[in-house]
Write a protein that binds this ligand. Sequence first.
Ligand code: HEM
Length: 504
Amino acid sequence: MSQDPINRGTCPVTHLTTAFGAPVVDNQNSLTAGPRGPLLMQDVWLLEKLANLNREVIPERRMHAKGSGAFGTFTVTNDISQYTRADLFSEVGKQTEMFARFTTVAGERGAADAERDIRGFALKFYTQEGNWDMVGNNTPVFFLRDPRKFPDLNKAVKRDPRTNMRSATNNWDFWTLLPEALHQVTIVMSDRGIPKSYRHMHGFGSHTYSFYNAAGERFWVKFHFKTQQGIENLTDDEAAKVVAGDRESNQRDLYEAIERGEFPKWKMFIQVMPEKDAETYPVHPFDLTKVWYKSDYPLIEVGEFELNRNSENFFLDVEQSAFAPSNLVPGIGVSPDKMLQSRLFAYSDAQRYRLGVNHHQIPVNAPRCPAFSNHRDGQGRVDANYGSLPHYQPNSFGQWVDQPDFREPPLQIDGNADFWNFREDDDDYFTQPRKLFQLMSPAQQQALFDNTAGAMGDAPDFIKQRHIDNCTRCDPAYGAGVAKALGMTVKSPDQLPAQPELAD
Ligand code: HEM
């Protein structure tokens, strides 16, 4: 554990006042009637202190509650203007101010950092055409591909309603009934499941997004951010020791590295798919449980970001930061990925609840370019509220004029409205986790088996068996390894029904 690195010796002397600026004469002794008498209601400073205390805690993020953040700079190193008109990528050498927040997902705000879990990887680029938020994870895929299931994922991995404890039964019952989760589960249970620190992991946009260029051509795109510190991970045993000694290991690592002037860096790459390829590419291009093979769509370098400044106040910037996949800028768009579509609603909605309707005015969230939304009023409005400008549109005074030059190229969409089941479109759950499994060394495969057995803990045997069966369908050696680590039996692939057990 290191020394408190904050130098408070240089602060000028301050004199205590109430929130409204009146001097506080005594902050140590309450106002009472006589030395042994009761409090007086007129001790307004005591009332203000108590009332403020009651309101200090804001709702935590429902997921990704525990996190660390820092400011930084993004620099373009390669010209990608043939794919996107986005101003931040417009010329090599261009720099854009940014803010990043890294997180664990399932733990609450006070949870330990070194836990086996995916990590959030959220970036906010303050571009001259608005804020672009790239709200990703440290894994290229996700557990689900239909957002109807996301609230249930959250319930399954968080606390049980009766015991108020995390439950291996709930967690693995849910995951194993969704065979499309096996790809992500394999990553989380692998030797990469506990990054040593936020500095030592890659980041991914995971979804398919879109780019469109100045000529109005659309491309599908995936974002990759490669750590320049190298990948480093903890084993379960190492992580247990870290947690025993330090619950804030990732916060401490990031904060102290930046204070030392060791600025962590990530290189940004994209995979680019021409719009038409989506119709023929054998991998469903809008399926969040799948990657695009780099042999088909190689990584193209874009730039690099470094994190070079800690916030002066954690609550102000890190806790109150608000990232939303709906924060897009001209040249960057979404895709038909159903998960991404639902995220376009979920984040700002959560933030209106968590931070208030004017959360875009909190300094860390405010754009660095002029913003004229004409949203007015609301709780906590702290700017000039657009003064006396007309507050309706259309108007005869040239205010709040549309900007059609920034229109996205039209996207052709067809099909009947229905509750389409993804499984009828694509039931290949195992090809990609199989390739991942087969890329692992024997030692990595053994770590995967052991980590899985450890994480399944006291889940009942029928759930363990369902997972073993899914692993066997993926690769018989995967099923055999997990079965052995769990002390259970493995069926041969021809003893298994062709389709995995499904709940829907
Ligand atoms: C945080 C919803 C999937 C990455 C959040 C928050 C919500 C949410 C409500 C809290 C926002 C806040 O209070 O500020 C959803 C829904 C999803 C989904 C409904 C799918 C249907 C994903 C996926 C990724 C992701 C696929 C990554 C590829 C993150 C990150 C944060 C977050 C990094 C934390 C952002 C921060 O640091 O403030 N999510 N999420 N989420 N989500 Fe998701």
